[in-house]
Design a protein around this ligand. Sequence first.
Ligand code: 4NP
Length: 157
Amino acid sequence: MIRVMFVCHGNICRSPMAEFIMRKLVNEAGLSDEIFVASSATSTEEIWHGQGNPVYPPAKAELKKHGISADGKCAVQLQASDGDKYDYFIGMDTMNIRNMKRILGNSKEDKIYKMLTFAGRSDDVSDPWYSGDFRRAYSDIEEGCKGLLEFLKERNF
Ligand code: 4NP
């Protein structure tokens, strides 16, 4: 089984959206025994005394519009020890990538990707925390996830 970790700054908006969108695509493709997905934060911004905040309500609402529940997900921070547990680490923006390299170390660089490269794009996922545009974030993330699934299939996972 291949393991994919989506990463953003807080793990309450973009990376949980990616986790739940990707899980849906994986399930629909009948690949849930082949691909495991999770998400985490580079920061502890949304984690208090070890307890992570739930998915940000507007992000949850956007997922719900597409029939996806994000119940039960709480923010967790990416750990150095995740480096050996996952095969792909996918950040949402350039700052995430920098922080992921800091946490995971240079030896894990080959496993680190920026989300929209899977959509043939070099830009960052639009950050709804600042833009308020959860619809656009959803569309960016869905595009990235679809490209990622094709990439994984072509690589035979
Ligand atoms: P996320 O959004 O990284 O997509 O979960 C953010 C959440 C919190 C903050 C920034 C972005 N913050 O600065 O607290």
